[in-house]
Design a protein. Structure first.
Length: 381
């Protein structure tokens, strides 16, 4: 008789609320309707686990997914099957065209060289190959220059070689609705898309989904907003998706004048009760939060003192009642008391970076429809 393997809870736990993920997708899909709503699940669904996040989005009705690289497309397909559209935002590295075509993925062609390699493969196969085409409307990152895209529209052989499924661009300032650059990019993209009247258009990222309907195109592609982060000043009613907690490894009292951590950067000014926590920069917690960030316990802030180490950090627990915390207990790092945006602000970065840096050593708990599925720390996602 096979016994169900007991999963050790581990030194830290990351809870991913798939119901909240699905709710955020519904909110964004309603916002951009009648345009369709896709989902950006690159970087392993922003670090949370594409094998769990993508099927949840599929169950909610998403049929267009975006990743950054070909290797991510393969992992995604194993999770959701071959039916949905899978777009590769970075396009293709030289030599990977045949694999992409065989798998039925849709490369986003960002340059004339990428386009020519895709067309060459199509000529070899004697049929048009599906793809998306990106136009640089002003961000100067990826995409064909407008003049090159317009010239391409006049190429009679293009349709014989490329089955264009999507014409897209990317907004540089969508999280700042007041920036004139948004309207400038919209106008620039419109000047190109007019030459491709039969091709669906994609403009809106997460921030763009919260702009006016002009920006929604035919297919929106939100990313960070799906994971519970409002992408700009307009509140979208999104639900937090992640919670992170880590264990107390040791509690001690230190005297005035005692140094703490590497470099002894923190020196106690008076008696302090401190706790060493099993969370460090190897787990994705930014090193520069030492002396700035905090953990929380029952609504009480516990400042990080000293440096964040690879596997641990230290917090001041003097504000807690003496027996409120014991070794083995968990303290909160992401949750009701501290959001991704709060941590990003303290670390001098953005929520995207905090989320995607979350490491593999956390026990992950995926919750959907009242059922929790636990994945042991270090197991493949």
């Amino acid at each position: 008789m096979n016994e169900k393997r007991k999963i050790h809870e581990g030194s830290s736990r990351l809870e991913i609320d798939l119901d909240a993920l699905r709710s955020n997708y519904r909110t964004l899909a309603a916002r951009v309707a009648p345009a369709r709503c896709g989902a950006v699940v690159k970087a392993n669904a922003y670090g949370l686990g594409v094998a769990y996040a993508a099927p949840a989005l599929y169950r909610e009705g998403c049929r267009s997914f975006f990743v950054a690289q070909l290797c991510e497309a393969g992992a995604l397909a194993r999770s959701i099957g071959d039916g949905p559209e899978i777009f590769i935002l970075n396009g293709l590295d030289p030599g990977s065209e045949s694999e992409c075509a065989e798998r039925g993925f849709l490369p986003v062609l960002n340059s004339l060289s990428q386009l020519e390699r895709w067309r060459a493969l199509a000529r070899t196969r004697g049929c048009a190959l599906p793809a998306a085409l990106q136009v640089d409307s002003g961000m100067s990152r990826l995409g064909l220059p407008r003049a090159a895209a317009i010239a391409l529209a006049a190429d009679a052989s293009l349709a014989r070689e490329v089955d264009l499924r999507l014409l897209m661009t990317h907004l540089a300032c969508a999280d700042q609705p007041e920036r004139p650059a948004n309207a400038d990019q919209l106008a620039a993209f419109a000047s190109v898309s007019a030459h491709f009247p039969a091709v669906p258009r994609s403009i809106a990222n997460s921030g763009g989904a919260l702009l006016t309907r002009d920006y929604h195109g035919n297919l929106a592609r939100p990313g960070i907003a799906l994971y519970g982060v409002d992408p700009g000043p307009v509140a979208a009613g999104l639900r937090p998706v992640v919670r992170l907690a880590a264990r107390v490894m040791q509690i001690r009292m230190i005297d005035a004048g005692t140094g703490v951590g590497y470099g002894l950067d923190h020196v106690a000014a008076a008696h302090q009760r401190i706790a060493t926590i099993a969370l460090g920069y190897a787990d994705g917690w930014p090193r520069n939060l030492g002396g700035v960030g905090a953990a929380w316990h029952r609504g009480i802030r516990l400042p990080i003192i000293g440096r964040v180490s690879m596997d641990s950090l230290t917090v001041d627990i003097s504000a807690l009642p003496e027996n409120a915390l014991a070794e083995g207990n968990f303290v909160e790092f992401l949750g009701p008391s501290q959001s991704l945006d709060d941590v990003a602000r303290d670390a001098g970065t953005i929520a995207y970076e905090i989320l995607t840096r979350i490491g593999a050593r956390h026990t992950r708990i995926f919750v959907e429809d009242g059922v929790a599925q636990t994945i042991a720390a270090g197991e493949s996602l």
